[in-house]
Design a protein around this ligand. Structure first.
Ligand SMILES: [Zn+2]
Length: 424
């Protein structure tokens, strides 16, 4: 990536010179850009599906999990966001008959999983969850072992908040790929286009790392996450490598979620095109991860590659990233086909993000015209349109979306900020 080092995501202005204490001291305009970009993508994603007669549904946490108060607040916020998204969608296209809906996720239990369902004819959300364990007895035994391993092995991968682990049962039933969230650094190659990095930032954690000490976009305030996997090998095995990661400044960190790697694995196994009904899973690991729904960035990747999520949430997808085939050190043993499959899946994802922006921008324009967008955000909209006109290709727009989610917040938080729903 070539880095675009500037105050805000889409320009270098600091109109009000306000710093955001919540976001590592970056400029408020960068936060507004992030909110606008993320909300535009969500609007486009909804419209793309509803317009084709396909359902669009966002899920809130099952209300009997342990954090009932937080869950209820999340549900109320999601309701506000969904109402506003529907208002914009309906106003923009009065012939749109369907609406974005809401649903409660199933109750969590150890080993509970989210499905990515590759069933071309099955679109409705209730059809999507598939059991992890199917097929002959040997396959069942392998799947159960893998599930038990993920659910009970506290040494495995990340166990904290958002600790989802990807699971892909091999089609011969003789094994399974288990892949936790992995931290990657955006590759320093022109091939992947441009990424944004704030001119200045300072993490809030114990060491208060600055832009001279840590990459941008790191979770955990730039502190090391002890059990974070740095990068996965060709995704066959979850490996927990020692973090000998060079924390170079002037780089951007990203996180490849388990669902993404499970999809790469399945595509690799199927040589790029699953011919029949297939499913991959993501398992909520440990006590702190109980939300049985895919994050929005994963959902976009899943739709792009044909694996429909059993549920989608509008919570966090902080610093989500795809895996770049050459982001890991060159491995002469790695078969070339793996890189091809990854590159092909990434291209589909970039094309899909471009489509979301193409559909989302006119919707956001409708919202701005109707005075539904908070004033300081509305003032950035023309700049966003100009930026997109100057950077219209799929990799450029995919990078713009990735830039937006390096400013960490729930998607509901971003949508509420854009539409001024916090002040109601
Ligand atoms: Zn995810």
């Amino acid at each position: 990536m070539i880095l675009r080092k500037q105050l805000s995501i889409i320009d270098n202005s600091a109109i009000d010179s306000e710093k955001s204490t919540k976001h590592h001291g970056i400029d408020q305009n960068a936060v507004r850009d992030s909110n606008l970009i993320a909300t535009t993508a969500v609007l486009g994603f909804c419209y793309l599906n509803l317009h084709q007669g396909k359902p669009m549904q966002f899920s809130y946490n099952h209300l009997h999990n342990h954090d009932v108060k937080g869950d209820e607040e999340d549900k109320n916020n999601l309701q506000r966001c969904v109402d506003k998204l529907n208002q914009v969608l309906q106003h923009h296209d009065r012939e749109l008959s369907a609406q974005v809906t809401m649903a409660e996720t199933p109750p969590w239990h150890p080993g509970a999983a989210i499905t990515g369902s590759f069933h071309p004819s099955e679109e409705s959300f209730p059809q999507r969850p598939k059991p992890v364990v199917t097929g002959d007895q040997h396959c069942v035994a392998v799947a159960e072992l893998a599930l038990e391993e993920v659910a009970t092995n506290t040494d495995l991968g990340v166990q904290g908040k958002g600790a989802y682990t990807g699971l892909c049962i091999h089609k011969d039933g003789k094994g399974a790929s288990i892949t936790a969230t992995a931290q990657v650094i955006a590759p320093q190659s022109e091939h992947y286009g441009q990424r944004w990095i704030p001119s200045q930032y300072q993490y809030a954690g114990k060491h208060q790392y600055t832009h001279e000490q840590r990459p941008w976009g790191m979770l955990n305030d730039g502190e090391e996450i002890a059990d974070m996997v740095q990068h996965t090998q060709p995704f066959d095995q979850l490996t927990r490598e020692n973090s000998s990661h060079p924390y170079n400044p002037d780089t951007v960190a990203g996180y490849v979620h388990g669902m993404t790697t499970a999809i790469y694995n399945k595509l690799k196994e199927e040589e790029g095109s699953p011919s029949e009904a297939k499913a991959v899973h993501e398992i909520a690991v440990g006590e702190q991860t109980t939300k049985l729904a895919s994050c929005l960035p994963c959902a976009l990747f899943m739709y792009a590659t044909g694996f429909k999520p059993s549920a989608i949430h509008l919570g966090r997808g902080d610093s989500w990233a795809p895996y770049y085939a050459d982001a890991a050190p060159a491995d002469p043993l790695k078969p070339r086909e793996v890189n091809d499959v990854i590159a092909e899946a990434n291209q589909k994802w970039m094309d899909y993000v471009q489509e979301c922006f193409a559909k989302g921008l006119p919707l956001m324009q409708t919202a701005v015209k109707n005075g539904w967008v908070e004033k300081k955000h509305a003032a950035r909209f023309q700049l966003l349109q100009d930026f997109v006109a100057d950077h219209p290709t799929p990799p450029e727009l995919a990078n713009l979306f990735l830039d937006a989610i390096t400013v960490h917040d729930k998607f509901t938080g971003k949508i509420m900020a854009v539409f001024g729903l916090n002040n109601l």
